[in-house]
Design a protein around this ligand. Structure first.
Ligand SMILES: [Zn+2]
Length: 504
């Protein structure tokens, strides 16, 4: 199966300088290519001195993102990506003509090349005259242009924004077969990168498993260098557990006071990597330091680097913790039910409130911004992605269920009311059912998955044997109360007590 492996690289000083130089050249290359395309589109390559170059092309409108197809060169000489070189030999390419029925190659013909095809030819000419381009592997330059094509494709087809000029570029890509693994030692290995040399990297996985090395991406993040390899390793992904054979389902309810509430009564703590008191203060201090520095000064650059380092550290610890969370969830049951959250909609800015006299009333914008920060810090989408990957790896089906009223619906009588919930407590106004609000929500989600256990009974056992039997005795000092129902959950881990003490 094909997986992506990331390693931290350990370039020496001269290699690091080379890598940085390459990124600058590649950024200029991309921006030049983009400018050329934009100019080509806007002016149809009509300089005052040069004759007009007409070319067949798909006519399109950038404003409405409509492609109208191939049109007459005399009426619509507009290429989709807008590049027509002065030398028309460069503008065409040789292509094979195939018979429509037998699909055999009959002959060859010249046709108009795509914008990226033309720019790649121009780039290879540049490599002969410019040293900074000659030093870069030709495949890297080709991928650089190809990425611009992807940006255009996203603009036309995926509804993304128009490709932008980069102020900084942080990564480049090698095509399959260019990068070679050289020396594999116990703690480190080396990789040969064409145009840069042999670079060490932390050997944090079993490299002997690699059967095929595909695309490799070199990334820079907060002063650290990483290599991300797409590798072919032995092993086949298991088939998903059949839903009617599943013996248990776990519902997960993500939140802020408790990061995840599992339907078996456990909680996973929200560590608030960027928004806890200490870190938030640190980050604010670093931000303030940047704001105080003079624009364009070296001290400003230093301050920015410091902040980036801090944020990188936070991102790494969140990433690691979320893997733990995801694996805890997956190990709990045969199937996972999660809510269908529209996180993008949840973190929108507060709408301004007009007071009718040309001014504004208070709309709680700063409060909402604070909440958005906390939501984004929790990384719910990240957890869902990680759960999805681990689920594929272990064959556990993940069922996405509608989230509507999951925290207000009573599990006993089905009564839906806003008043049912009061903070962490759930108290049904209709039948007086008491529970912890988050746990109850996760059970409702598990129920909505539509799996019923045991087969002939129409109720879902909240505590599945496999989970509750692990450890019934709570170790000293880690006991935590389920505040709503007044009983300790049987499987409370370390994490839960901490949240009660610190933020609960
Ligand atoms: Zn009720």
């Amino acid at each position: 199966m094909q997986v992506r492996w990331n390693f931290k690289m350990l370039p020496n000083q001269s290699q690091e300088e080379t890598l940085e130089e390459r990124l600058v050249t590649l950024r200029k290359h991309r921006n030049y290519a983009l400018k050329e395309r934009v100019n080509g589109f806007d002016t149809n390559n009509q300089d005052i001195d040069t004759p007009i170059a007409y070319a067949y092309g798909a006519y399109c409108e950038i404003g409405s993102r409509i492609e109208i197809g191939s049109c007459c060169p005399l009426t619509c000489p507009v290429l989709k990506h807008g590049v027509i070189p002065q030398n028309l030999d460069l503008a065409t390419k040789q292509s094979k003509v195939k018979d429509k029925t037998t699909k055999e190659v009959i002959g060859q013909e010249r046709e108009w090349d795509s914008a990226s095809g033309i720019q790649m030819k121009v780039t290879s000419q540049l490599r002969q005259s410019l040293d900074s381009f000659a030093a870069i592997d030709s495949c890297v330059l080709q991928r650089n242009i190809a990425k611009l094509d992807i940006a255009y494709a996203n603009f036309w087809k995926q509804g993304r924004g128009f490709p932008q000029f980069f102020k900084r570029l942080d990564s480049f890509e090698y095509k399959p077969g260019r990068v070679v693994l050289r020396h594999i030692r116990k703690n480190y290995a080396t990789v040969y990168l064409p145009g840069i040399g042999e670079v060490k990297f932390h050997n944090s996985r079993d490299l002997s498993l690699i059967q095929d090395l595909r695309t490799c991406t070199i990334k820079r993040d907060a002063g650290n260098w990483y290599i991300s390899m797409l590798v072919e390793i032995p092993g086949i992904l298991p088939e998903l557990n059949a839903l009617d054979l599943c013996r248990a389902v776990v519902g997960i309810d993500v939140g802020i006071t408790r990061l995840v509430a599992l339907s078996d009564g456990r909680f996973l703590e929200n560590k608030r990597f960027a928004t806890n008191k200490r870190k938030a203060r640190r980050l604010a201090m670093r931000q303030r330091a940047i704001a105080r520095k003079q624009k364009g000064s070296k001290n400003k650059i230093k301050a920015v680097k410091k902040l980036a380092k801090q944020q990188h550290k936070i991102a790494l610890s969140r990433d690691g913790y979320n893997w733990q969370v995801a694996s805890t969830i997956i190990k709990t049951a045969d199937a996972v039910a999660r809510e269908d959250l529209k996180i993008k909609n949840m973190v929108k800015r507060a709408k301004p409130k007009h007071d009718g006299k040309g001014g504004y009333r208070r709309n709680g914008a700063s409060q909402k911004t604070g909440l958005n920060k906390v939501i984004l810090d929790a990384g719910w989408a990240d957890i869902f992605n990680k759960v999805a990957w681990l689920a594929v790896k272990t064959g556990v089906p993940v069922i996405v269920v509608p989230a509507k009223h999951s925290s207000q619906e009573c599990p006993e009588c089905g009564h839906v009311d806003k008043k049912n919930r009061e903070g962490e407590k759930f108290l049904c106004v209709n039948c007086k059912h008491v529970d912890h609000a988050d746990t109850k929500a996760s059970r409702t989600l598990a129920k909505r998955a539509g799996l019923v256990f045991p087969k002939n009974k129409l109720t879902l056992p909240p505590d599945w044997g496999k989970v509750t039997l692990v450890k019934l005795s709570v170790p000293f000092g880690t006991e935590s109360k389920n505040q709503a129902s007044g009983v300790s959950p049987p499987c409370a881990g370390n994490s839960d007590s901490r949240i009660c003490r610190r933020y609960g």
